[in-house]
Ligand binder design. Structure first.
Ligand code: PMP
Length: 391
């Protein structure tokens, strides 16, 4: 095969990345999903999945998935607006609208696409999107895709958001965008303050609740429910289904006019094949468990407390998080990688997150907990951290 004319340049950039300890590589997982997994052929205790409630391999969900495939096949065959929108998708949209308490819900094939679509679909030239600096890449990319101007404010700094809203006063429309639970820090957005500022400045708010949905709030209803916000103080919400819900895909929950506008304008909705209907069938089964099995969230909270107490006793630098995302800040990229490697040698897997995913000098171990972990698993992790971080 012929080489790209800029082959050497690409190759040099790859080498540079490797030397800087920032080379990205996927791992090969085999066997059943859960906290005890096999990676590159080795059994591992995992602390790096987003399957927060331990539902990804639940028998009810597997059953619903298989049943739908046996009845109707695998592929959806087309985009939603052609013949891809099955009765399972429809039922799921209705169930999610009821669950979130919003007027209507629209399914997207992934959270990444939902975030691109909702920002691009609601804004146009002359508008302003104002984002928290630590928002997920897909939200920031959504801001780059629209013709609206994009401003950013320092993480969780409501004073600076206020200033940005003044700067954006001349814009036709203003949309404030924030993660609900921040994916790399684990903290929860100051949603009530954000809603109050939005009201003051005639702005709208969009929350990406990828890591809050299923995990916090009443029955797992997410960040909006965590703060007990009144129905008329509710932002537009994006929820993803591949994390706590254990299946895949995403949705936008909002009022009728927002959803209808997205159907007309969101390119990542219009121009893509609908998810396999069986995934929607599986998600319907999962939603029942998410709502009814509170013990999963209680177990998770117990594990979070146990982990934080133990890590604090070891003098590790934690972040202010009450969610299953529990980062340990190391700082230096290579040191973080070395600690990750030493944990891995003991059969423990944690995410090692480095710039540019997180700010420079804040490389971290991203520990994520699941309701499937046991107290012994946390003890094992803490014991290994004590040894690995002592050097
Ligand atoms: N938003 C946030 C905050 C995320 O962490 C992620 C996934 N890492 C996404 C959106 C994208 O969701 P999906 O994986 O369904 O594309």
């Amino acid at each position: 095969m012929s080489q790209l004319p800029w082959h050497e340049e690409l190759n040099a950039a790859l080498s540079e990345r490797k030397a800087a300890g920032r080379y990205r590589q996927s791992r090969l997982r085999t066997g059943e999903q859960g906290v005890n997994i096999v990676v590159d052929g080795k059994p591992m205790l995992s602390f790096c999945s987003n399957d927060y409630l331990g539902l990804a391999a639940h028998s009810d969900i597997k059953q619903a998935f298989k049943k739908a495939i046996d009845k109707e096949g695998v592929g959806s065959g087309a985009a939603h607006l052609l013949t891809g929108h099955s009765h399972y998708h429809q039922q799921l949209e209705e169930a999610l609208a009821e669950f979130t308490g919003q007027q209507r819900v629209l399914l997207f094939s992934t959270g990444y696409m939902a975030n691109l679509g909702v920002i691009d679909g609601l804004l146009s030239r002359g508008d302003m999107v104002i984002q928290d600096k630590l928002n997920h890449a897909s939200l920031l990319d959504g801001g780059r895709l629209t013709e609206a101007e994009q401003l950013r404010f320092p993480h969780a700094d409501m004073g600076r958001l206020h200033k940005r809203l003044h700067t954006a006063a001349h814009a036709k429309h203003r949309l404030i965008v924030s993660d609900g639970v921040f994916s790399m820090d684990g903290d929860i957005a100051a949603l009530p303050e954000m809603m109050a500022l939005a009201e003051q400045h005639r702005a709208a708010v969009l929350i990406d609740d990828a890591h809050g949905f299923g995990v916090i709030g009443k029955g797992g209803r997410g960040t909006v429910s965590h703060y007990n916000l009144a129905a008329d103080k509710t932002p537009i919400v994006v929820g993803t289904l591949g994390k706590a819900i254990g299946t895949g895909g995403a949705f936008v929950a909002a009022d009728e006019v927002v959803i209808e506008s997205l159907i007309q304008k969101a390119r990542s909705y219009v121009y893509t094949t609908a998810q396999p209907p069986a995934i929607a069938a599986a998600t319907l089964a999962s939603l029942q468990l998410v709502e009814n099995e509170n013990w999963r969230r209680e177990q998770l909270q117990d594990l979070i407390k146990q982990f934080r107490q133990g890590a604090e006793q070891l003098g590790l630098e934690l972040m202010p998080s009450i969610t299953p995302i529990q980062p340990i800040v190391i700082g230096d990229d290579k040191k973080a990688l070395a600690i990750g490697k030493s944990l891995e040698d003991k059969g423990l897997l944690v995410g090692v997150i480095r710039p540019p995913t997180v700010p420079n000098n804040t490389a971290r171990l991203r520990v994520t907990l699941s309701a499937s972990h046991r107290a012994e698993d946390i003890e094992k992790l803490l014991a290994a951290l004590e040894l690995a971080c002592a050097h």
